[in-house]
Design a protein around this ligand. Structure first.
Ligand code: COA
Length: 265
């Protein structure tokens, strides 16, 4: 079954077999993130989090050239200090952190350039698959800036400080295969297989207990938050899992040697 979710100006969103396909659709501007696109992304991810129909999200960019070539530079070229800070804070809270904290698994399918805010967007997703022609980088220092949508934090978490600072301070792009080698993306695949590979991951997750998947995301996210004790979050979420129908179903199915039928409750 295929549904078109809300009509947007800058993104396409389609619900197919319980996977929400979100495509950033500003191909002529290499899918650069302007204010309107960010607001639509915030909206569609809020929908994804709430809807029981949505079991996972695949996020990609329109065309073959770019996933997202960054924040839209034309929108902030005359900004001052306060505007800059507000831009980063609003973006982080409403979009980037919201995606990371989404209770549905989010896979980025990186179909070309993932630069600046584009790589930050991919890093806010839970997993990443890149087409072999994709190039990834954080070029903000070439503009006299630093990454502002969580890039210094998430790149450091994903690849370690030395590699992160090399990418951030040289502003050099890396290939998709190098990104796979250093753990920045989960897989590097031929472009023709990109959406299939990203979709396959979500199809596997769809077989699992939805609430357990949501709790696993929450606990793994807690590993990266200094103000939370991730081990305690894991203990709590583990305990909560025992109170679900899906726990009863999963363990009964195992003992009865049959496939579980999860209901997300
Ligand atoms: N913000 C706004 N517009 C952008 C953009 C961005 N981040 N990235 C690309 N575009 C626009 C270009 O201005 C151009 O628009 P135009 O046709 O109206 O002039 C269009 O997208 C195509 O880009 P172009 O630069 O002509 O393509 P290219 O193949 O020559 O170069 C890139 C591709 C990705 C190397 C180059 O576009 C680039 O360096 N983009 C900016 C990357 C960046 O610094 N991102 C971090 C921002 S914080």
């Amino acid at each position: 079954m295929k549904f078109l979710i809300m009509e947007y100006q800058n993104i396409l969103s389609e619900l197919r077999d319980n996977i929400l396909y979100v495509t950033i659709n500003r191909e002529r501007k290499l899918n650069a993130l302007n204010k309107a696109t960010l607001s639509e992304l915030a909206d569609v991810f809020a929908f994804a989090g709430k809807s029981e129909e949505v079991r996972g999200v695949l996020l990609t960019g329109a065309g073959e050239k770019a996933f997202v070539a960054g924040a839209d530079i034309s929108e902030f070229s005359d900004f001052g200090r306060e505007d800059g800070e507000a831009l980063a804070r609003n973006g982080q809270v409403t979009v980037f952190n919201a995606i990371e904290n989404c209770t549905k698994p989010v896979v980025a399918a990186i179909n070309g350039f993932a630069l600046g805010g584009g790589l930050e967007l991919a890093m806010a997703c839970h997993m990443r698959v890149a087409a072999d022609h994709a190039q990834l980088g954080l070029p903000e220092v070439t503009l006299g800036l630093i990454p502002g949508y969580g890039g210094t934090q998430r790149l450091t978490q994903l690849v370690g400080k030395g590699r992160a600072l090399e990418m951030i301070t040289t502003a050099d792009m890396i290939s998709a295969s190098r990104a796979e080698q250093i753990g920045l993306v989960n897989y590097c695949v031929p472009a023709s297989e990109l959406l299939e590979k990203a979709g396959q991951i979500l199809e596997r997750i769809k077989l699992r207990a939805p609430l357990a998947v949501a709790r696993a995301i929450k606990a793994a996210n807690a590993a990266l938050h200094k103000d939370e004790d991730g081990f305690n979050v894991e203990i709590r979420e583990f305990g909560e899992s025992f109170a679900t129908l899906d726990f009863k179903e999963g363990t009964s199915a195992f003992l009865e040697k049959r496939k579980p039928l999860f209901v997300g409750k």
